[in-house]
Design a protein around this ligand. Structure first.
Ligand SMILES: NC(=O)c1ccc[n+]([C@@H]2O[C@H](COP(=O)([O-])OP(=O)(O)OC[C@H]3O[C@@H](n4cnc5c(N)ncnc54)[C@H](O)[C@@H]3O)[C@@H](O)[C@H]2O)c1
Ligand SMILES: [Fe+2]
Length: 382
């Protein structure tokens, strides 16, 4: 076994009513004039109204111009607002998009060089701004990961700033924040969380710690996602999703994700598919590919899913897991074919070329993929 270290946000506060803790946490971090980073969807849904009454004693301002799957330029704009407003902290209220913008601003605001110099691994040098993350989706797990993912429209892909300085001071995970999520967002972000757990479990860099988190996350998510989708007001299902997503975030934040995410990046970057949707489209096909490399790990996944295993061969069990993933995506009404999204078949070689360069994630994947293998997977998903 290789050496592994475990990192997370400095403090995790979870559960219904966790929002009560916001004022004291902001004050502990010395925030008097924070910038609240969010998006219009979260604001208009009423989710933000659960937060702002708790900030009465703070001289805060709101930046709500984060779009879904935000591009690099939004970091520049939000940083200008932060600097000109004389703010002393950041509070992200949103899904992965708002959290990743706030995380990026937290390391860029005091950086004495261009934003471009922060991309890649461990490029942050200056101190970062105090940061609290409140997820409103379940979710990306971004509240506990050391990465911010941004769309690069020029290169037609997604790129990451990776640094432990991005880990928030506080992750405040309150399930009631997700009650207003539209069904499509519940479905896409929920499948994203499931992919985080599965890819972390199958990762070449998994450890006993990340395994425990990943397996429990899978159990919670496969049970709760159909319920949260079927009845958005089911708070118990929302809570299980919030916990599952957090645990999956802790798992992949340390073990990494693999080929599903690597192949999803160019779909998000070029065709602006929602991150969870592109993951869902690829998940069963990448798992069918991975099966050969780690068939016994699929048995553990089957147990976590509650799939019957007795009397079945390892291969049959793995196939049942893959069927279950297909069914789950269909149940939560995520389209299952790339062709549904106006992506021409002739674009697949170019997509494969782009995905084959996402070496940072492909190295985590249990089975090696060549450019041609990647193209075959896109074809299977087409
Ligand atoms: N940093 C990481 O570790 C990490 C991990 C996975 C994904 N990501 C990134 O996160 C982004 C996707 O994040 P996401 O899936 O959470 O979606 P999102 O933040 O893009 O939000 C999707 C939509 O849902 C709406 N929404 C969110 N919460 C809501 C609520 N409670 N009520 C009503 N509407 C709500 C938003 O307004 C938005 O329109 C992508 O850019 C992806 O690359 C980051
Ligand atoms: Fe993801």
């Amino acid at each position: 076994m290789h050496v592994s270290s475990f990192k997370t946000a400095h403090r995790l506060i979870t559960g219904q009513q966790a929002l009560h803790e916001l004022p004291s946490q902001a004050s502990k971090l010395g925030m008097q004039k924070p910038l609240l980073v969010t998006d219009r969807g979260v604001r208009e849904s009423g989710a933000l109204d659960l937060v702002t009454p708790r900030m009465k004693d703070l001289d805060y301002a709101i930046y709500d111009r984060v779009p879904p799957e935000p591009e690099i330029e939004i970091v520049e704009e939000c940083t200008q607002v932060f600097r000109h407003g004389g703010h002393d902290g950041l509070i992200a209220v949103g899904g992965g998009s708002a959290m990743d913008i706030a995380k990026s601003v937290s390391v860029y605001a005091r950086h004495n060089n261009t934003l471009e110099t922060l991309f890649g691994e461990d490029k942050v040098e200056s101190s970062r701004v105090p940061l609290i993350a409140l997820p409103t989706t379940a979710g990306t797990g971004s509240e506990v990961t050391n990465i911010a993912i941004l769309a690069d429209n020029q290169q037609g892909t997604k790129r990451g700033i990776v640094s432990d300085d991005l880990l928030p001071d506080v992750a405040l995970v309150a399930p009631e924040m997700t009650l207003s999520c539209p069904r499509s967002v519940t479905a896409a972000s929920g499948v994203d969380a499931l992919v985080h757990a599965i890819e972390a479990y199958l990762s070449n860099f998994a450890s006993p710690l990340t395994d425990a988190l990943a397996l429990k996350a899978m159990t919670l998510i496969v049970r709760a996602l159909p319920k949260a989708f079927a009845n958005p007001n089911n708070l118990a299902a929302r809570e299980d999703m919030a916990t599952g997503s957090l645990m999956a975030g802790l798992a992949f934040g340390n073990a990494g994700v693999g080929a599903v995410h690597a192949l999803a990046y160019p779909l998000g970057g070029r065709y602006h598919l929602a991150h969870g949707v592109s993951n869902a489209l690829l998940l069963p096909h990448v798992m069918a590919w991975n099966k050969l490399a780690c068939v016994e790990r699929f048995q553990d996944i089957a147990h976590a899913f509650g799939e019957p295993c007795q009397g079945l061969s390892a291969t049959q069990i793995a196939d049942n897991v893959i069927d279950r993933l297909h069914r789950l995506c269909r149940d939560v009404e995520i389209p299952t074919q790339l062709r549904t999204f106006d992506i021409p078949e002739s674009a697949l070689p170019e997509l494969a070329e782009a995905a084959s360069k996402v070496e940072r994630l492909l190295r985590n994947n249990p089975r090696v993929l060549s450019r041609d293998d990647i193209e075959q997977i896109y074809r299977a998903a087409y």
